[in-house]
Ligand binder design. Structure first.
Ligand code: GDP
Ligand code: MG
Length: 304
Protein backbone atom coordinates (compact mmCIF):
# COMPACT_ATOMS: atom_id res chain seq x y z
CA UNK A 1 0.00 0.00 0.00
CA UNK A 2 1.27 3.47 -0.87
CA UNK A 3 2.38 5.70 1.98
CA UNK A 4 -0.01 8.53 2.75
CA UNK A 5 1.52 11.60 4.37
CA UNK A 6 -0.51 13.47 6.98
CA UNK A 7 -1.16 16.99 5.64
CA UNK A 8 -0.18 20.22 7.41
CA UNK A 9 -3.75 21.52 7.69
CA UNK A 10 -5.82 18.41 8.08
CA UNK A 11 -9.58 18.05 8.01
CA UNK A 12 -11.48 15.09 9.33
CA UNK A 13 -15.11 14.14 9.62
CA UNK A 14 -17.75 11.45 9.91
CA UNK A 15 -20.06 10.94 6.98
CA UNK A 16 -23.31 9.02 7.50
CA UNK A 17 -24.88 7.35 4.52
CA UNK A 18 -28.63 6.98 4.98
CA UNK A 19 -31.38 5.80 2.68
CA UNK A 20 -34.02 3.17 2.12
CA UNK A 21 -32.98 -0.45 1.66
CA UNK A 22 -31.47 -1.28 -1.75
CA UNK A 23 -30.93 2.30 -2.92
CA UNK A 24 -27.22 1.57 -3.30
CA UNK A 25 -25.61 2.80 -0.07
CA UNK A 26 -23.10 -0.01 0.15
CA UNK A 27 -22.27 0.23 -3.54
CA UNK A 28 -21.66 3.95 -3.14
CA UNK A 29 -19.46 3.41 -0.10
CA UNK A 30 -17.41 0.79 -1.88
CA UNK A 31 -17.07 3.01 -4.91
CA UNK A 32 -15.82 5.90 -2.77
CA UNK A 33 -13.49 3.96 -0.54
CA UNK A 34 -12.38 1.60 -3.24
CA UNK A 35 -12.28 -1.45 -1.02
CA UNK A 36 -14.89 -3.98 -0.24
CA UNK A 37 -16.03 -3.05 3.23
CA UNK A 38 -19.72 -3.74 3.20
CA UNK A 39 -21.96 -6.37 1.68
CA UNK A 40 -23.56 -5.56 -1.64
CA UNK A 41 -26.53 -7.75 -2.24
CA UNK A 42 -29.67 -7.68 -4.35
CA UNK A 43 -31.61 -8.64 -1.23
CA UNK A 44 -32.73 -6.03 1.24
CA UNK A 45 -31.42 -5.50 4.73
CA UNK A 46 -28.31 -7.59 4.62
CA UNK A 47 -26.21 -4.87 6.20
CA UNK A 48 -26.63 -5.52 9.88
CA UNK A 49 -24.14 -3.29 11.55
CA UNK A 50 -22.47 0.04 11.10
CA UNK A 51 -19.35 -0.41 9.06
CA UNK A 52 -16.65 2.22 8.75
CA UNK A 53 -14.78 2.87 5.57
CA UNK A 54 -12.00 5.43 5.64
CA UNK A 55 -10.76 7.54 2.79
CA UNK A 56 -8.00 10.11 2.51
CA UNK A 57 -8.93 12.78 -0.01
CA UNK A 58 -6.39 15.55 -0.22
CA UNK A 59 -6.05 17.07 3.24
CA UNK A 60 -9.22 15.42 4.47
CA UNK A 61 -9.89 12.12 6.10
CA UNK A 62 -13.45 10.94 5.53
CA UNK A 63 -14.81 8.33 7.88
CA UNK A 64 -17.90 6.76 6.39
CA UNK A 65 -20.65 5.29 8.48
CA UNK A 66 -22.67 2.85 6.45
CA UNK A 67 -25.99 2.60 8.22
CA UNK A 68 -28.31 -0.35 8.05
CA UNK A 69 -31.41 0.45 6.01
CA UNK A 70 -33.65 2.86 7.81
CA UNK A 71 -36.96 1.13 7.50
CA UNK A 72 -40.00 0.51 9.64
CA UNK A 73 -38.86 -1.68 12.51
CA UNK A 74 -40.89 -4.65 13.61
CA UNK A 75 -38.70 -7.18 15.33
CA UNK A 76 -36.31 -6.31 18.11
CA UNK A 77 -33.29 -6.74 15.86
CA UNK A 78 -34.83 -4.36 13.33
CA UNK A 79 -35.54 -1.78 16.00
CA UNK A 80 -31.97 -1.93 17.20
CA UNK A 81 -30.73 -1.44 13.66
CA UNK A 82 -32.87 1.59 13.07
CA UNK A 83 -31.76 3.20 16.32
CA UNK A 84 -28.12 2.56 15.41
CA UNK A 85 -28.66 4.03 11.98
CA UNK A 86 -30.20 7.21 13.31
CA UNK A 87 -27.67 7.74 16.05
CA UNK A 88 -24.97 7.35 13.41
CA UNK A 89 -26.68 9.91 11.22
CA UNK A 90 -27.16 12.54 13.91
CA UNK A 91 -23.61 12.23 15.27
CA UNK A 92 -22.07 12.60 11.84
CA UNK A 93 -20.53 15.76 10.43
CA UNK A 94 -22.18 15.18 7.09
CA UNK A 95 -25.20 13.16 6.08
CA UNK A 96 -25.69 11.74 2.61
CA UNK A 97 -29.26 10.82 1.83
CA UNK A 98 -29.19 8.31 -0.97
CA UNK A 99 -32.31 8.00 -3.13
CA UNK A 100 -32.86 5.46 -5.88
CA UNK A 101 -33.70 7.64 -8.88
CA UNK A 102 -35.45 4.77 -10.61
CA UNK A 103 -37.64 3.96 -7.63
CA UNK A 104 -38.28 7.57 -6.64
CA UNK A 105 -39.73 8.57 -3.29
CA UNK A 106 -41.14 5.42 -1.72
CA UNK A 107 -42.52 5.09 1.83
CA UNK A 108 -39.11 4.44 3.32
CA UNK A 109 -37.55 7.50 1.71
CA UNK A 110 -40.55 9.63 2.67
CA UNK A 111 -40.11 8.47 6.26
CA UNK A 112 -36.43 9.35 6.26
CA UNK A 113 -37.16 12.80 4.82
CA UNK A 114 -39.62 13.34 7.65
CA UNK A 115 -37.06 12.31 10.26
CA UNK A 116 -34.49 14.64 8.72
CA UNK A 117 -36.98 17.52 8.95
CA UNK A 118 -37.78 16.67 12.57
CA UNK A 119 -34.16 16.54 13.64
CA UNK A 120 -33.36 19.67 11.63
CA UNK A 121 -30.42 17.80 10.15
CA UNK A 122 -29.13 19.17 6.91
CA UNK A 123 -28.04 16.63 4.36
CA UNK A 124 -26.63 16.23 0.91
CA UNK A 125 -28.92 14.53 -1.56
CA UNK A 126 -27.39 11.76 -3.63
CA UNK A 127 -29.62 10.67 -6.47
CA UNK A 128 -28.28 7.26 -7.35
CA UNK A 129 -28.80 4.88 -10.27
CA UNK A 130 -29.03 7.71 -12.78
CA UNK A 131 -27.92 5.14 -15.35
CA UNK A 132 -31.45 3.74 -15.14
CA UNK A 133 -33.52 6.89 -15.71
CA UNK A 134 -34.05 9.51 -18.37
CA UNK A 135 -33.16 13.17 -17.71
CA UNK A 136 -36.77 14.48 -17.51
CA UNK A 137 -37.61 11.90 -14.83
CA UNK A 138 -34.48 12.88 -12.93
CA UNK A 139 -35.36 16.55 -13.13
CA UNK A 140 -38.90 16.03 -11.84
CA UNK A 141 -37.63 13.88 -8.97
CA UNK A 142 -34.96 16.43 -8.06
CA UNK A 143 -37.56 19.19 -7.94
CA UNK A 144 -39.84 17.12 -5.77
CA UNK A 145 -37.05 16.22 -3.35
CA UNK A 146 -35.52 19.66 -3.05
CA UNK A 147 -39.00 20.99 -2.31
CA UNK A 148 -39.47 18.39 0.42
CA UNK A 149 -36.08 18.57 2.14
CA UNK A 150 -33.35 21.04 2.93
CA UNK A 151 -30.32 19.89 1.01
CA UNK A 152 -26.99 21.63 0.91
CA UNK A 153 -25.92 19.86 -2.25
CA UNK A 154 -27.53 17.65 -4.82
CA UNK A 155 -25.45 15.01 -6.57
CA UNK A 156 -26.49 12.76 -9.40
CA UNK A 157 -24.48 9.60 -9.50
CA UNK A 158 -24.32 6.02 -10.58
CA UNK A 159 -22.64 4.16 -7.75
CA UNK A 160 -22.47 1.16 -10.03
CA UNK A 161 -20.45 2.80 -12.81
CA UNK A 162 -18.81 5.42 -10.61
CA UNK A 163 -20.31 8.27 -12.57
CA UNK A 164 -20.39 11.45 -10.48
CA UNK A 165 -19.00 9.77 -7.38
CA UNK A 166 -15.73 11.74 -7.44
CA UNK A 167 -17.72 14.96 -7.13
CA UNK A 168 -19.31 13.72 -3.94
CA UNK A 169 -15.93 12.80 -2.46
CA UNK A 170 -14.32 16.10 -3.43
CA UNK A 171 -17.19 18.05 -1.96
CA UNK A 172 -17.11 16.09 1.30
CA UNK A 173 -13.38 16.69 1.60
CA UNK A 174 -14.02 20.45 1.52
CA UNK A 175 -17.02 20.23 3.82
CA UNK A 176 -15.72 18.24 6.79
CA UNK A 177 -14.34 20.33 9.67
CA UNK A 178 -10.69 21.17 10.23
CA UNK A 179 -9.12 18.70 12.61
CA UNK A 180 -6.52 16.04 13.03
CA UNK A 181 -6.96 12.69 11.36
CA UNK A 182 -8.51 10.20 13.73
CA UNK A 183 -7.09 7.15 12.00
CA UNK A 184 -3.56 6.30 10.92
CA UNK A 185 -2.84 7.63 7.45
CA UNK A 186 -2.50 4.23 5.82
CA UNK A 187 -5.61 2.69 7.33
CA UNK A 188 -8.14 1.98 4.64
CA UNK A 189 -10.77 0.49 6.83
CA UNK A 190 -11.07 -0.32 10.49
CA UNK A 191 -13.35 -3.21 9.82
CA UNK A 192 -11.49 -6.04 11.41
CA UNK A 193 -10.31 -8.52 8.81
CA UNK A 194 -12.07 -11.24 10.75
CA UNK A 195 -15.36 -9.44 10.50
CA UNK A 196 -14.84 -8.76 6.83
CA UNK A 197 -14.07 -12.41 6.24
CA UNK A 198 -17.27 -13.41 8.05
CA UNK A 199 -19.28 -10.99 5.92
CA UNK A 200 -17.86 -12.51 2.76
CA UNK A 201 -19.04 -15.95 3.82
CA UNK A 202 -22.41 -14.61 4.92
CA UNK A 203 -22.86 -13.01 1.52
CA UNK A 204 -22.20 -16.37 -0.14
CA UNK A 205 -24.72 -18.06 2.14
CA UNK A 206 -27.41 -15.66 0.96
CA UNK A 207 -26.29 -15.81 -2.65
CA UNK A 208 -26.39 -19.55 -2.84
CA UNK A 209 -29.33 -20.36 -0.60
CA UNK A 210 -31.61 -17.49 -1.57
CA UNK A 211 -34.97 -17.63 0.21
CA UNK A 212 -34.20 -20.88 2.00
CA UNK A 213 -32.19 -19.20 4.71
CA UNK A 214 -33.63 -16.69 7.17
CA UNK A 215 -31.74 -13.53 7.96
CA UNK A 216 -31.24 -14.97 11.42
CA UNK A 217 -28.03 -16.61 10.30
CA UNK A 218 -24.70 -15.48 11.62
CA UNK A 219 -21.11 -16.18 10.70
CA UNK A 220 -18.28 -15.81 13.17
CA UNK A 221 -14.60 -16.07 12.42
CA UNK A 222 -13.13 -18.15 15.23
CA UNK A 223 -9.70 -19.05 13.94
CA UNK A 224 -7.21 -16.86 12.13
CA UNK A 225 -3.70 -17.96 11.45
CA UNK A 226 -1.13 -16.51 9.11
CA UNK A 227 1.10 -19.39 8.14
CA UNK A 228 4.77 -19.45 7.40
CA UNK A 229 4.19 -20.19 3.70
CA UNK A 230 2.24 -16.92 3.42
CA UNK A 231 -1.17 -18.52 3.35
CA UNK A 232 -4.05 -17.79 5.67
CA UNK A 233 -6.01 -20.37 7.65
CA UNK A 234 -9.48 -19.15 8.55
CA UNK A 235 -12.01 -21.06 10.64
CA UNK A 236 -15.58 -19.87 10.73
CA UNK A 237 -18.78 -21.01 12.38
CA UNK A 238 -22.08 -20.60 10.60
CA UNK A 239 -24.85 -20.31 13.19
CA UNK A 240 -28.37 -21.35 12.26
CA UNK A 241 -31.46 -21.60 14.46
CA UNK A 242 -32.76 -25.05 13.58
CA UNK A 243 -31.26 -28.39 12.59
CA UNK A 244 -33.35 -28.32 9.41
CA UNK A 245 -31.47 -25.16 8.43
CA UNK A 246 -28.22 -26.87 9.23
CA UNK A 247 -29.13 -29.59 6.70
CA UNK A 248 -29.88 -26.93 4.08
CA UNK A 249 -26.51 -25.26 4.59
CA UNK A 250 -24.66 -28.56 4.52
CA UNK A 251 -26.50 -29.95 1.50
CA UNK A 252 -26.26 -33.50 0.25
CA UNK A 253 -23.03 -35.05 1.45
CA UNK A 254 -21.82 -31.55 2.41
CA UNK A 255 -21.91 -30.38 -1.21
CA UNK A 256 -23.64 -27.09 -0.45
CA UNK A 257 -21.33 -25.92 2.31
CA UNK A 258 -18.43 -26.95 0.12
CA UNK A 259 -19.67 -24.73 -2.71
CA UNK A 260 -20.25 -21.82 -0.30
CA UNK A 261 -16.79 -22.27 1.15
CA UNK A 262 -15.17 -22.44 -2.28
CA UNK A 263 -16.81 -19.21 -3.45
CA UNK A 264 -15.99 -17.41 -0.20
CA UNK A 265 -12.41 -18.64 -0.29
CA UNK A 266 -12.03 -17.41 -3.83
CA UNK A 267 -13.11 -13.94 -2.81
CA UNK A 268 -11.00 -13.95 0.35
CA UNK A 269 -7.91 -14.82 -1.68
CA UNK A 270 -8.55 -11.84 -3.93
CA UNK A 271 -9.02 -9.51 -0.97
CA UNK A 272 -6.14 -10.67 1.19
CA UNK A 273 -3.91 -11.41 -1.78
CA UNK A 274 -2.72 -14.76 -0.55
CA UNK A 275 -3.77 -18.38 -0.51
CA UNK A 276 -6.62 -19.01 1.92
CA UNK A 277 -7.62 -22.23 3.63
CA UNK A 278 -11.19 -21.79 4.78
CA UNK A 279 -12.90 -24.15 7.20
CA UNK A 280 -16.63 -23.79 7.79
CA UNK A 281 -18.50 -25.37 10.69
CA UNK A 282 -22.28 -25.25 10.84
CA UNK A 283 -23.79 -25.09 14.31
CA UNK A 284 -27.32 -24.81 15.63
CA UNK A 285 -27.74 -22.03 18.15
CA UNK A 286 -31.32 -21.39 19.14
CA UNK A 287 -32.68 -17.88 19.27
CA UNK A 288 -29.33 -16.18 18.90
CA UNK A 289 -31.06 -13.08 17.61
CA UNK A 290 -32.47 -12.37 21.05
CA UNK A 291 -29.19 -12.65 22.87
CA UNK A 292 -27.85 -9.56 24.52
CA UNK A 293 -24.21 -10.40 23.94
CA UNK A 294 -24.79 -10.65 20.25
CA UNK A 295 -26.20 -7.14 20.13
CA UNK A 296 -23.33 -5.79 22.17
CA UNK A 297 -20.84 -7.38 19.81
CA UNK A 298 -22.51 -5.66 16.89
CA UNK A 299 -22.43 -2.32 18.66
CA UNK A 300 -26.21 -2.24 18.76
CA UNK A 301 -28.40 -1.30 21.69
CA UNK A 302 -30.53 -4.22 22.85
CA UNK A 303 -33.07 -2.21 24.82
CA UNK A 304 -34.54 -0.18 22.02
P1 GDP B 1 -28.07 -0.72 0.00
O1 GDP B 1 -29.08 -1.67 0.56
O2 GDP B 1 -28.60 0.68 0.01
O3 GDP B 1 -26.73 -0.83 0.67
O4 GDP B 1 -27.90 -1.11 -1.54
P2 GDP B 1 -26.75 -1.93 -2.28
O5 GDP B 1 -25.51 -1.13 -2.37
O6 GDP B 1 -26.66 -3.29 -1.65
O7 GDP B 1 -27.36 -2.02 -3.75
C1 GDP B 1 -28.61 -2.61 -4.00
C2 GDP B 1 -28.70 -3.04 -5.45
O8 GDP B 1 -28.68 -1.89 -6.32
C3 GDP B 1 -27.52 -3.90 -5.89
O9 GDP B 1 -28.00 -4.89 -6.74
C4 GDP B 1 -26.62 -2.91 -6.64
O10 GDP B 1 -25.83 -3.53 -7.61
C5 GDP B 1 -27.64 -1.99 -7.28
N1 GDP B 1 -27.09 -0.65 -7.55
C6 GDP B 1 -26.44 0.16 -6.68
N2 GDP B 1 -26.08 1.32 -7.28
C7 GDP B 1 -26.52 1.25 -8.55
C8 GDP B 1 -26.46 2.15 -9.68
O11 GDP B 1 -25.92 3.25 -9.63
N3 GDP B 1 -27.05 1.72 -10.84
C9 GDP B 1 -27.66 0.51 -10.93
N4 GDP B 1 -28.20 0.18 -12.11
N5 GDP B 1 -27.74 -0.36 -9.89
C10 GDP B 1 -27.17 0.00 -8.72
MG1 MG C 1 -26.10 -2.03 2.26
Amino acid sequence: MAEVAVPAEPRCGFVAIVGAPNVGKSTLLNQMVGAKVSIVSPKVQTTRTRVLGILAEGAAQLIFVDTPGIFRPRRRLDRAMVAAAWSGATDADRVLLVVDAARGVDDDTAGILERLQETGRKADLVLNKVDLVKPPVLLALTERLTAAGRFENVFMVSALTGDGVRDVVRNLAQAVPEGIWLYPADQLTDVADRFLAAEITREQLFRQLHEELPYATAVETEGWQERRDGSLRIEQVVYVERSSQRSIVLGKGGAQVKAIGAAARHELEAIFECRVHLFLFVKVKKKWAEERGFYRDLGLDYDV
